[in-house]
Design a protein around this ligand. Structure first.
Ligand code: COA
Ligand code: ZN
Length: 297
C-alpha cells in the first residue's frame, strides 16, 4: 500500500479567508485538536504575517506555542511571508516553515509586495540566518494567475530551477486560484520531478472549478506523495480575486482509502471535525459533502 502524506493547511489557508468575524483562538485550537485526533500528522497551523494584511492570524504565536506543547508528536509548521515572519516562527518554537513566492510577478507583488528578485534575496537571508530551519517554498500561481492568466510549464520549471540553486529542496506547487486541469498538472509534476530528482514536490490545489480532487489525485498518480488540503475545503487567497476553497481533506482521504492508498487518517473522525468546523466557523466551504450523513462503510 502506498502511503500518502496528507498535510492539513486549513488552520492557515482556510482560517485566513474568513473575513466576516474573528475566529476565537480557542475555536482554532478546538478544530486543530479534532484534526489531530483524526490522525493527521502534519499541519500548517498559522502564518506569521502582518495583522493588517491578514487580521485573522493575529494570534500566530499563541496558537503555535499551545499546539507544540499539547501535541509533541505532530509536525506543525507556519507560513512566513518575510524574514520577520521567519524570525517570529522560530521564536515561537517552530523548526519548519513555508514561505510563499508566486510564479507570476504581478501576484507576487500583490501578495507579498516584492519583486521576484526581492523575494529571492529575502529567502537567502532566511536560509543564511536559520540553517537548521526547514524551509519549504509555496510556488503560488503555478498554473494560473488572476492577473496574467495561464502559466506555462516551462516557465514553472525555470523558476523552480532558480529556487533550487538558492538551496531550496522542498517545493509546494500551488494552484492558488483553482484553474489547473489534469493534463497541465500531469505535465507540470512529471517535468519537475524529472528535472529535479533531488527535490521533493507536494501539491496544493484549490477547488474553484470543482477540480481540486481530480487534480490532487492526478498529482498523486504522477508520483507525488504529499498533498495539502483543508478541512471542509475552507479557503481562498485574500490577494487573488476569485480564489475559492481548497481540496477538502475528508474527500481526498475518502478517495485514497477507497483506491487502496494509506494515509493513517480516520476519515469518519475527519468528517466529524469538518462538521464541527462548519458549525463553529461560517465561511467559504467548497465542500457540499460535509452535509452528507455518515453511512456504514
Ligand atoms: N509579522 C507581523 N507584522 C509584520 C510582518 C510580519 N511577518 N511583516 C511586516 N509586518 C508589519 C510591519 O510591522 C508594518 O506594520 P506597520 O504598518 O504597523 O508599521 C507592516 O506590516 C508593513 O511592513 P513592511 O516592512 O512594509 O512589510 P513588508 O513589505 O516586509 O511585508 C507583508 C508586507 C508581505 C509582510 C504583508 O503584506 C503580509 O503579511 N502579507 C500577507 C501575505 C499572505 O499571507 N498572503 C496569503 C497567503 S499566500
Ligand atoms: Zn492555498
Amino acid at each position: 500500500m502506498k502511503h500518502i502524506n496528507i498535510v492539513e493547511t486549513g488552520p492557515r489557508d482556510g482560517f485566513q479567508s474568513v473575513s466576516c468575524h474573528m475566529i476565537p483562538t480557542e475555536t482554532k485550537l478546538e478544530i486543530i485538536g479534532a484534526i489531530v485526533d483524526a490522525g493527521v500528522k502534519r499541519i500548517q497551523c498559522t502564518s506569521f504575517v502582518s495583522p493588517k494584511a491578514i487580521p485573522q492570524m493575529h494570534d500566530a504565536a499563541e496558537v503555535t506555542r499551545t499546539l507544540l506543547e499539547k501535541y509533541p508528536d505532530v509536525s506543525f509548521f507556519a507560513l512566513v511571508p518575510n524574514f520577520r515572519g521567519a524570525e517570529a516562527a522560530v521564536q515561537a518554537g517552530l523548526d519548519s516553515v513555508s514561505t510563499v513566492i508566486s510564479l507570476s510577478a504581478s501576484h507576487n507583488m500583490n501578495n507579498v509586495r516584492r519583486t521576484h528578485q526581492q523575494s529571492f534575496d529575502e529567502l537567502e537571508r532566511i536560509l543564511d540566518a536559520f540553517p537548521e530551519l526547514k524551509v519549504e517554498i509555496d510556488v503560488a500561481t503555478a498554473f494560473g494567475c488572476p492577473f496574467e492568466g495561464q502559466m506555462d510549464v516551462g516557465r514553472l520549471v525555470e523558476f523552480v530551477g532558480k529556487l533550487e540553486r538558492i538551496g531550496v529542496r522542498d517545493f509546494n506547487i500551488c494552484d492558488t486560484i483553482g484553474v489547473a486541469y489534469p493534463v497541465q498538472v500531469r505535465q507540470a509534476f512529471s517535468e519537475l520531478m524529472e528535472a529535479f530528482p533531488e527535490a521533493h514536490f507536494s501539491a496544493h490545489i484549490h477547488d474553484t472549478r470543482n477540480m481540486g480532487i481530480l487534480n490532487s489525485y492526478e498529482a498523486i498518480r504522477c508520483g507525488v506523495d504529499t498533498v495539502q488540503t483543508t478541512l471542509g475545503g475552507l479557503g481562498g487567497c485574500p490577494f487573488a480575486p476569485g480564489a475559492t476553497g481548497n481540496t477538502a481533506t475528508e474527500d481526498l482521504v475518502y478517495l485514497l482509502d477507497r483506491e487502496g492508498y494509506e494515509t493513517g487518517i480516520d476519515q469518519r473522525a475527519l468528517l466529524r471535525a469538518a462538521k464541527l468546523q462548519v458549525e463553529k466557523i461560517p465561511g467559504n466551504y467548497s465542500g457540499h459533502h460535509i452535509l452528507i450523513q455518515e453511512r456504514p462503510a
